[in-house]
Ligand binder design. Structure first.
Ligand SMILES: *[C@@H]1O[C@H](CO)[C@@H](O)[C@H](O)[C@H]1NC(C)=O
Ligand SMILES: *[C@@H]1O[C@H](CO)[C@@H](O)[C@H](O)[C@H]1NC(C)=O
Ligand SMILES: *[C@@H]1O[C@H](CO)[C@@H](O)[C@H](O)[C@H]1NC(C)=O
Ligand SMILES: *[C@@H]1O[C@H](CO)[C@@H](O)[C@H](O)[C@H]1NC(C)=O
Ligand SMILES: *[C@@H]1O[C@H](CO)[C@@H](O)[C@H](O)[C@H]1NC(C)=O
Length: 442
């Protein structure tokens, strides 16, 4: 195995400590930036800790719709200023493997663009949920270090406290369903395996939570959470200049292809270029966890529906782009106009119904529908052509439904709408780019 070691600070100290590990099998590269690919596991794929073979496809789809609404509720409280709450771990859609420590200890965590902090269960456990993999042991790692209470790192954590004996910074992070993790705020070397077998990349001094008390809705084969949001302690932000502020993902078509892994790219590998690329400005907002875009409207069957009926003079980020919410959630009045336009674009005689939970309001019988409309989502500077796989979801043999829903609160561009696009974030240029791609083929 080769490991490319990347350092932000304490390079020399760490170099010495890591030398033993490095000398055995590893190549040290001093290059400032890296480029690599890793794998996202869908929560419903057979390799996921959440996988339950007894669930029917239809149940999984309905559960994903339910999660969208629960997640939107947590996002709304985050937006309204409730700090230190993140979406329930059960509500995310993807998982990722990383390693922590020297030598590396494997972690399978929920990878969530709606969450900022990386944490893992950590020995000694005062209270841990059952975990099938070994719990991370800081004692056997040469690169584990705690942070001190007065440090700027510690001061950036919204809910923190301090040990009385040695001034160690303690964190608490909570989730919308009252799950929580607390423990030492620490730094470690985090290693990600690239898609090229045997090559991995090590990032030193990554701030993470060594969780001694963790409880709530976690599953046994999960060790913690890997925050991919925009906050200071997310994995993305901490990789920072090493990846030139660039990451991208390509999500394979959900439900029909969940057994295939989706890909996530970092650094130059995350560049989205070539024919058919469209780009739109990326905004930061409050909370800084989310990635915000400017949404301008949708065209259905040739009819454009503007998001604003009177154009505001200044709009900076009126929609969150999220990989963990399946549905696209829209304000009620705008949703109603889109729904009417979709109905108008379909033959009049087709009967419509809403799904039994009344989550999705415009459903057709798949046997009666010949063609579903192509829609175009308009972002500032980017017209994104959405295929029916992006805009409709088959709930059962009787129902294929518009995968948009009305909400009160945050507006979210969901992951069904992003399936089979390469979606690239450039945090330095502040853009998000889209390119139609068959993600299974990557
Ligand atoms: C979805 O939510 C509804 C309403 O809360 C509930 O009755 C149903 O059991 C849920 N279904 C799944 C599959 O989670
Ligand atoms: C954890 O696992 C042990 C042994 O397998 C079991 O006895 C215990 O009930 C489990 N605890 C929880 C909370 O599931
Ligand atoms: C741990 O952190 C302290 C304070 O930042 C620093 O002085 C020390 O060198 C670090 N130790 C290691 C092993 O990195
Ligand atoms: C790894 O990803 C890169 C793109 O980042 C691609 O060019 C390469 O073919 C991939 N290799 C494997 C083994 O999948
Ligand atoms: C849905 O259709 C498939 C294929 O036609 C069939 O195998 C399955 O049993 C049907 N499911 C239900 C719930 O009727």
């Amino acid at each position: 195995m080769k490991t490319y070691l990347l350092s932000n600070t304490h390079f020399l100290t760490n170099l010495i400590i890591q030398l033993l590990y490095i000398l055995s099998l590893v190549m040290l590269v001093r290059s400032k930036s890296v480029s690599f690919t890793t794998t996202l596991i869908h929560r419903d794929s057979p390799t996921s800790p959440f996988y339950d073979p007894s669930l029917t496809l239809s149940w999984r789809v309905v559960a994903a719709m339910n999660r969208s609404f629960d997640r939107a509720r947590v996002f709304s409280s985050m937006r309204s200023g409730v700090t230190n709450i993140f979406p329930n771990p059960q509500l995310a859609n993807y998982l990722m493997k990383i390693s922590i420590g020297t030598p590396p200890q494997d972690i399978i965590g929920v990878a969530d663009t709606g969450s900022d902090i990386i944490w893992t269960q950590c020995e000694p456990c005062s209270y841990c949920f059952n975990q099938t993999r070994p719990v991370y042991k800081p004692r056997v790692s040469s690169t584990y270090n705690t942070t001190t209470c007065g440090s700027t790192t510690c001061m950036s954590v919204p809910v923190r406290s301090c040990t009385t004996n040695d001034n160690t910074c303690l964190y608490v992070v909570q989730y919308g369903d009252f799950s929580y993790s607390s423990g030492e705020l620490a730094t470690e070397t985090v290693t990600l395996d690239s898609n090229v077998t045997g090559i991995s990349f090590a990032f030193t001094n990554v701030v993470f939570g060594c969780g001694h008390r963790n409880a709530g809705m976690f599953t046994e084969d999960q060790s913690g959470i890997i925050g991919l949001g925009g906050g200071p302690f997310s994995l993305i932000t901490q990789m920072g200049s090493s990846i030139n502020g660039k990451f991208s993902y390509c999500l394979v078509q959900m439900f029909s292809h969940v057994e295939r892994s989706s890909k996530m790219y970092f650094g130059d590998a995350a560049t989205v270029s070539g024919d058919g690329v469209v780009s739109t400005p990326l905004f930061s907002g409050n909370p800084g966890t989310f990635y915000y875009l400017n949404f301008e409207g949708i065209t259905v069957g040739g009819q454009r529906i503007d998001f604003y009926t009177t154009k505001p003079t200044l709009v900076e980020g009126n929609i969150i782009i999220d990989s963990g919410t399946s549905l696209t959630l829209l304000p009620e009045s705008f949703y109603n106009r889109v729904q009417s336009a979709v109905r108008r674009s379909m033959p009049d005689i087709l009967p419509v119904h809403s799904d039994p939970q009344n989550n999705l309001r415009l459903c057709y019988n798949p046997l009666e529908v010949k063609d579903l409309p192509v829609m175009v989502a308009h972002f500032n500077g980017a017209d994104l052509e959405l295929d029916p796989i992006n805009t409709f979801v088959q709930l059962s043999n009787d129902s294929i439904c518009l995968a948009f829903a009305p909400v009160d609160g945050v507006v979210i561009f969901g992951n069904l709408a992003q399936m089979n696009f390469l979606v690239g974030y450039d945090l330095y240029k502040k853009t998000v780019s889209f390119k139609r791609t068959d993600c299974v083929k990557l």
